[in-house]
Design a protein around this ligand. Structure first.
Ligand SMILES: [Zn+2]
Length: 231
């Protein structure tokens, strides 16, 4: 009941912390200072061979992969992701992108990045939600690192609907044909950073990375706002 009340308050008073709902002080953006220092950071960006990178070994030939935060069911990060995925708080996604970029720039590999690419949402879902949350995370990162965002090369073709009744092979085919490339020559020779909100198995990112890797001389790295499971 309290949560519903808080959600209701947030509609009218968005200047409350997205995690604890306490009013924000001047200079605090979306998250209060107390919650900010408590965010479950992975620190994976400090280790090249980290648990997120290991998800891609033997599956996609990427340069680097990391996630900024640990995503746990019922935890703080789930609350944040829920707020920008279902409650239309795109500024929160933007601010989280800024935080991730400021932390991850400790790893010099990110200075080699040429362009950011958000994992695309199907246009129908984008229409329903109004925006792609990964694109807004990208915008936050782009603001800190001063990089361009590319949304017209990696595209999603059709929606995966009846996943549950399909065999694993059907699902594999299904995921494979939902991503397509257009104007791919514009990314030739570039180091791409693929951006997602939550990594679970990594399968979507593995497909996206492999499709992008068909472009000549391309390099692909991955940065997700969060990774599910405590690893
Ligand atoms: Zn707070």
């Amino acid at each position: 009941m309290l949560t519903i009340w808080n959600d209701f308050l947030n509609l009218f008073f968005p200047n409350n912390c997205a995690i604890c709902n306490e009013p924000l002080f001047e200079g605090e953006k979306q998250i209060c200072l107390k919650c900010l220092v408590d965010l479950p950071q992975t620190k994976y960006w400090l280790k090249d061979n980290n648990p997120v990178f290991q998800l891609f070994i033997g599956k996609a030939y990427i340069i680097n992969a990391t996630a900024f935060l640990h995503f746990e069911k019922g935890g703080k990060v789930q609350k944040l992701v829920h707020a920008f995925k279902y409650r239309n708080n795109r500024d929160l996604a933007y601010q989280m992108g800024r935080l991730a970029a400021k932390a991850c720039q400790a790893n010099p590999v990110y200075r080699q990045i040429d362009v950011l690419i958000p994992v695309p949402l199907h246009s129908k879902r984008k229409r329903e939600r109004g925006y792609n949350q990964s694109e807004w995370i990208c915008r936050g990162i782009a603001a800190v690192w001063n990089l361009p965002i590319c949304t017209n090369v990696l595209l999603r073709k059709k929606r995966t609907v009846t996943q549950t009744r399909k065999t694993i092979y059907d699902r594999w085919l299904n995921v494979q044909d939902i991503f397509v490339l257009k104007n791919s020559q514009t990314l030739k020779g570039k180091h791409i950073l693929l951006i997602d909100d939550v990594i679970t198995s990594g399968s979507t990112l593995i497909f996206c990375a492999n499709i992008l890797l068909s472009i000549p001389e391309i390099k692909v790295s991955i940065l997700a706002l969060s990774v599910a499971g405590k690893s």
